[in-house]
Ligand binder design. Structure first.
Ligand code: PLP
Length: 449
């Protein structure tokens, strides 16, 4: 019996199912804005490889891996054993006031992989915190609160990160601690961009950047923060080369380039280990999180030495880069490299994206199939009006679930089905997932026309 009166919820839910009771309890104490997938949300209770099981015993192939968190699949022995070895030492965490071997080892690997000259790493617990840190470092180095960000971007849910988020669903704050200007890059569907080649689109975007810098800023801009492929924004892709063109202009102003690799890092895009490399950009900072520790909480910034050291402070991070997360992250990153999962992402992604594009030729509800490697999306539109259709995306979510496949949703209008399977996806799983997607799309298409 709980000793505090009223602390145990009174159970007056009668003969509701266990699932219905849990959902009711969730709605009572969790924020309304915390999105839950599916009309009847799923409680995942088990996972192995690319598959999960729910509390009712249903099995699913997982093409969203949490939210890209289980980067190399569920219950990977190498990761589990690394965490168990750390737990067996009796030390869960002591703080960054002490030398942490796992942190140093992971930072050394990240510095080698990042390609940023003379870089250092600071670990956090999440992507939000990583971006907050990057913005802080840039603002401190440039002594400026002026920042550039991209329309349709998402960088996290803290005050600064929401400030640089360019999605209308996050724009209800009274003010931002930063002075933010939003650039073009993801919004190619605007009428003024219709019919432009990539090269011409990049030219227009760069002219606009110059105009923003000359007219809306004092010129002392701290940084541009951008996702190489926009995650929450619907896997929207700026044409390769856009960010190199932006960086050229920014360097004239001494502004830094922050690449938010929270979704695009570690080989997921297939063509490069970090998404920004496809643009020919060596950024000043990269932020990361999500899958690096395969489900354990981790995030961080890798940046040029003078930026990291430039914060003239005496700081700590209580939990950032804790030994459990570091054990999981070191094991995960080693696994990705040892098994060349970037190559697997390229291979499996090509099969699925190619298959979806082929199927889409006969599907009036599909407005676009896009992506790279194991980061791809299907955008849905009303076949009559051509307008973005969130209900069709919802219908597709439910159809794929019914057939045993988990996917994600996103986009400015909530009409994009996003997928990011584990980088370990096998040939058979790729074919299975593609088959379910095509069947589900056909069902949704038939009902809509
Ligand atoms: N940056 C990007 C690109 C993201 O997709 C996310 C989360 O979805 C974040 C930052 C925030 O990361 P977190 O949820 O770990 O705080």
């Amino acid at each position: 019996m709980c000793g505090f009166p009223g602390l145990r919820a009174e159970d007056n839910t009668g003969d509701m199912s266990e699932h219905a009771k849990l959902l009711r309890r969730h709605r009572a104490v969790m924020p309304d804005w915390l999105a839950l997938n599916y009309e009847s949300p799923i409680e995942i209770v088990g996972g192995k490889g690319s598959r999960v099981t729910d509390a009712e015993g249903n099995g699913y192939l997982d093409f969203f891996t949490g939210i890209l968190t289980n980067m190399i699949g569920y219950d990977v022995p190498e990761v589990r054993e690394a965490v168990e070895r750390q737990l067996a030492t009796g030390v869960v965490h002591t703080s960054t006031l002490y030398l942490l071997r796992g942190q140093i080892e992971l930072a050394e690997k990240i510095v080698r992989l990042a390609g940023i000259p003379d870089a250092k790493v600071f670990f956090t617990n999440s992507g939000t915190e990583a971006n907050e840190t990057a913005l802080l470092l840039a603002a401190a180095a440039r002594r400026s609160d002026q920042v550039l960000a991209m329309r349709q971007s998402y960088h996290g849910r803290s005050f600064g990160a929401v400030g640089v988020t360019g999605l209308r669903t996050w724009k209800n704050l009274p003010y931002s601690p930063l002075n933010v200007h939003f650039l073009h890059g993801a919004d190619r569907h605007l009428p003024q961009f219709a019919g432009l080649s990539d090269a011409d689109y990049i030219k227009v975007c760069v002219e606009d950047l110059r105009h923003v810098l000359a007219t809306a800023t004092g010129g002392d801009v701290a940084a541009l923060i951008a996702e190489p492929i926009q995650g929450v924004g619907g896997f929207t892709m700026a044409p390769d080369g856009l960010f190199a063109a932006y960086q050229e202009v920014l360097s004239e102003y001494g502004a830094y380039f922050i690449s938010d690799e929270v979704q695009t890092g570690w080989g997921r895009t297939g063509d490069s280990f970090f998404g920004i490399s496809a643009h020919g950009v060596v950024p000043d900072m990269m932020t990361f999180a999500k899958g690096l520790a395969n489900g354990f909480a981790v995030g961080g910034v890798v940046a040029r030495r003078e930026l990291v050291d430039g914060l003239n402070a005496n700081g700590i991070s209580t939990f950032g880069g804790n030994p459990i997360a570091m054990a999981a992250a070191n094991a995960t990153l080693d696994y990705v490299l040892d098994h060349d999962l970037q190559a697997n992402a390229a291979k499996q992604g090509a099969v699925i994206i190619g298959g979806l594009r082929e199927a889409a030729k006969d599907l009036a509800v599909v407005r676009d199939v896009r992506g790279k490697g194991l980061m791809f999306a299907v955008e849905l539109a009303d076949p009559g009006s051509g307008e973005p259709s969130p209900p069709l995306a919802d219908a597709l979510m439910e159809e794929t679930r019914r057939r045993g496949l988990l996917v994600g949703k996103g986009g400015l209008y909530g009409n994009v089905i996003r997928m990011a399977p584990p980088l370990t996806l096998t040939d058979a799983e790729a074919r299975e997932g593609l088959g379910i997607l095509v069947d589900s799309l056909r069902t949704v298409n038939e009902a809509a026309i």
